[in-house]
Design a protein around this ligand. Structure first.
Ligand SMILES: [Zn+2]
Length: 139
């Protein structure tokens, strides 16, 4: 998955944008997530993800938990994305893909989690529990 680093010419912050495909990158107009400026220069970094310790799909379960606990939605998104790619993108569920995209776009973890919970409670029909007649309290 292509990813590109930018430096905003207006607020000087650096950030990384991710694209699903190179065609997406060609079509996209990068916007600074901090100030909304479109004036930016691309930073060339050779292999961002391959920095030691940054192959998130190879993290131990404990390290993954610490990423999740960190609450950095983009980092968690990267984790999701890499784990998903390791598992095979074609097999990624729609929900998983959506969650990853939301996180990568910087949506707050809380919001994404809430959305997932709402989805989880909404999609499967509530199981009808067999109603047993109320027992009379024996005094
Ligand atoms: Zn900016």
């Amino acid at each position: 998955m292509p990813e590109y680093d930018y430096r905003c010419k207006s607020c000087r912050s650096e950030f990384t944008l991710f694209y699903k495909t190179y065609a997406d990158f060609d079509a996209a107009a990068p916007v600074c997530p901090h100030c909304g400026s479109v004036e930016m220069s691309r930073l060339i970094r050779r292999v961002t993800i391959a920095r030691p310790g940054r192959d998130l799909s190879k993290l131990s379960a404990q390290q993954m938990m610490s990423v999740l606990d960190g609450g950095d939605s983009r980092e968690i998104g990267q984790l999701f994305d890499q784990v998903g790619q390791t598992a095979g993108v074609e097999n990624m569920s729609e929900t998983y893909r959506e969650t990853t995209d939301k996180l990568l776009s910087g949506e707050s973890v809380e919001k994404v989690e809430k959305g997932l919970q709402e989805q989880a409670t909404a999609s499967p029909p509530p199981q009808a529990e067999p109603k047993s007649p109320p027992k009379k309290a024996s005094s």
